[in-house]
Design a binder for this molecule. Structure first.
Ligand code: F6R
Length: 615
């Protein structure tokens, strides 16, 4: 799970590669490297650490005028984060240079074979094996580099997104993908390559996303050539227009991307709802539904598959769909689903949810469900991502790029999409009375504005953070729709502040976690008025009698919980089904402020990467 970027053409490749790598750091950041070349010279620079360290290393060196550049930011799989394991990797002859994202599963067998044939290795990586395997095929079978690459890629097992360069053929790059994304930007002067399109947003609007088992030959003087890796057939690349722009991926004066993305939620949800929630007409319009309406009407069951935060959104989706549309819903961790031999029927609808659209387990779960004949309706943020292309149909969340590793606006826009789906299902199945449906549409329409007002209260959350940031454990409790919010709040705290936190259904507390509560334990309780209020008031009492530090998220004007809680955050009154929008926001702020107070790297927490493209 790494970021790759490359450029070949008239422009200076180094700034393109370095700025591109910076934008791709969400994919991993334990080491980084660049290779640049012109027709006579070549230069490699690698560091252990982030792209900033790579820039520094380059500034201490005389840099050549290059015509081609490639760069890599790594998230270690084979081999620890170390200089020799950083990319690019060079073949034994010194001619071929490779950057690779993915895992070559049969690398050990190939490596053994290469060692028998006299090859030596500097790194522990599967990528160095791949570049030498290509070289060996090129040499022994006397093939062009493109042909040798095609043959080699048919022999490897695993996943790859690669950029390959031959110093003897300096105006050409070969790229290929299987399981790891490759986006190619096109302009009149040359070609850009990225793990996604963010590295070349300011340079071109035209992009081709390679499909699995496709490779491309990039030569600035020639049209883009795309081939099928398995049969070598020439393919017609589909050129798409990019919608995101540079402003979308900059910090806009915020200290961190996460903070910016928390603030962006009202606008992001507006974008999610735009053209779909037609409040004045009292209906929901989902274009992809029209075509498949019958499938939804006939659905015996909906299975949601996802990981992490997207899985939490899936739980909210389960409550929404079952309550509004009375269709049974199961929510599965994609990583469990794919390996546990699930029973699937042809009238099942599988809804994968993913921000990045590249999560390996979710992708594998989709493939499994597809094979079983299920209809796959995806909820995804990144346009053109692997998941969005693997599904039969679906909806984009339109949250815009999410750069902070901790998901924020992805979650709330996912629940906005799931609300739309649940309401649309209720509309077509006539499971909700008309006036109830209209009220829900109205409420949903007002959410962005109410969230804007809620953001204005962030200072209160900042003060609470100061009281608890030194804690070592935290408990998050919620019932009904707020149970997934408790899970999400705990996950946010864990991942960016490294405080151990657990989310629990509030009533389950008595069955174990209550033993943990003492005067040092902050307990964050979501105790909104709609949704089991009396029950949660008793849970708060139970915490109080054990001297826990109570931080309550309550509905504006609350009295009972406020009397017992140490700290309170008020959120707007809403139907229970929409409280996750409001209750999540202060929890995102809370984890953010705590992480800042603890001096943690908010946008790039240790050991994490934004998209998990390995299982
Ligand atoms: C948590 C987080 C992860 C992701 C998970 C799934 O803040 O970001 O838990 O939610 O890795 O990623 P996507 O949604 O890209 O499939």
């Amino acid at each position: 799970m790494c970021g790759i970027v490359a450029y070949v053409g008239e422009k200076n490749p180094l700034p393109i590669v370095l700025d591109g790598l910076q934008r791709l750091e969400y994919r991993g950041y334990d080491s980084a490297g660049v290779f640049i070349s012109n027709r006579n010279e070549k230069q490699t620079t690698k560091v252990v650490g982030k792209v900033a360290a790579l820039r520094k290393a380059l500034s201490q060196k005389v840099v050549i005028n290059a015509t081609m550049g490639m760069g890599h930011t790594r998230w270690a799989t084979h081999g620890e984060p170390a200089y020799q394991n950083a990319h690019p990797h060079v073949s034994n002859s010194g001619n071929l240079v490779l950057i690779h994202n993915g895992i070559i599963e049969n690398y050990a067998i190939l490596k053994k074979e290469l060692i028998l044939r006299g090859y030596t290795f500097e790194s522990e990586t599967d990528s160095e094996v791949l570049v030498n395997w290509i070289e060996e095929i090129q040499k022994t079978e006397k093939l062009s580099l493109a042909k040798a690459t095609q043959v080699a890629l048919n022999q490897v097992i695993g996943a790859f997104g690669i950029v390959l360069y031959d110093i003897k053929n300096p105006d050409k790059l070969i790229v290929a993908r299987l399981g790891s994304p490759i986006a190619i930007g096109l302009d009149k002067d040359g070609y850009f390559v990225g793990s996604d399109a963010t590295p070349f947003l300011e340079h071109t609007r035209e992009v081709v996303y390679l499909e699995d088992n496709e490779m491309a030959i990039l030569q600035p003087s020639s049209p883009l050539e795309v081939l099928h890796i398995q049969n070598g057939k020439k393919l017609d690349p589909e050129i798409q227009q990019l919608k995101w722009n540079l402003e979308n991926i900059q910090k806009d004066g915020f200290e961190h991307f996460m903070l910016k993305e928390i603030h962006e939620q009202p606008a992001a949800i507006r974008d999610t709802l735009r053209g779909r929630l037609l409040n004045e007409e009292g209906k929901i319009q989902i274009s992809s539904f029209n075509e498949h309406q019958q499938k939804f009407l006939n659905a015996g069951r909906i299975i949601i598959v996802a990981c992490g935060t997207s899985w939490h959104a899936g739980l909210v989706g389960e409550y929404l769909i079952e309550s509004f549309a009375r269709i049974p819903v199961e929510v599965e961790y994609a990583s469990e689903f794919r390996y546990r031999e699930p029973i699937l029927y042809s009238d099942d609808i599988v809804i994968p949810i993913s921000q990045s659209g590249e999560t390996a387990d979710t992708l594998a779960a989709i493939k499994l469900a597809k094979q079983a004949g299920a209809f796959i309706y995806g909820v995804c943020n990144v346009v053109g991502s692997s998941i969005s292309r693997e599904t039969n149909s679906g909806m984009y969340t339109h949250a815009g790029p999410e750069i902070g590793v901790a998901s924020t606006k992805a979650f709330t826009t996912q629940i906005a999409v799931l609300s739309l789906i649940a309401l649309k299902l209720a509309e077509i199945k006539e499971t909700l009375p008309q006036h109830v449906l209209r009220n829900y549409l109205n409420e949903l329409d007002n959410i962005p504005e109410q969230l804007e007002q809620l953001i204005a209260q962030k200072k209160i959350v900042g003060k609470i953070a100061q009281q608890i940031y030194q804690s070592t454990n935290c408990l998050y409790l919620g019932r009904g729709y707020n149970f997934p919010v408790a899970l999400e709040g705990a996950l946010k705290l864990k991942e960016i502040s490294y405080i151990h936190a657990e989310g629990y259904p509030a009533a389950e507390m008595k069955h174990g976690p209550i033993a943990l509560i003492d005067e040092d334990m902050p307990v964050i309780v979501i105790a909104t008025r709609k949704g089991h209020y009396e029950k949660i008031v008793s849970n708060v009492q139970e915490i109080k009698s054990r001297k826990g530090i109570i931080i309550a998220i309550v509905t504006q004007g609350d009295v009972s919980v406020k009397e017992m809680a140490d700290y309170c955050i008020e959120i707007p009154e809403s139907s229970a089904c929409f409280t996750p929008f409001f209750a999540t926001l202060p929890l995102q702020f809370l984890s953010y402020y705590i992480a800042v107070l603890r001096g943690c790297n908010v946008d790039q927490p240790r050991n994490l990467a934004k998209s998990v493209t390995v299982e």
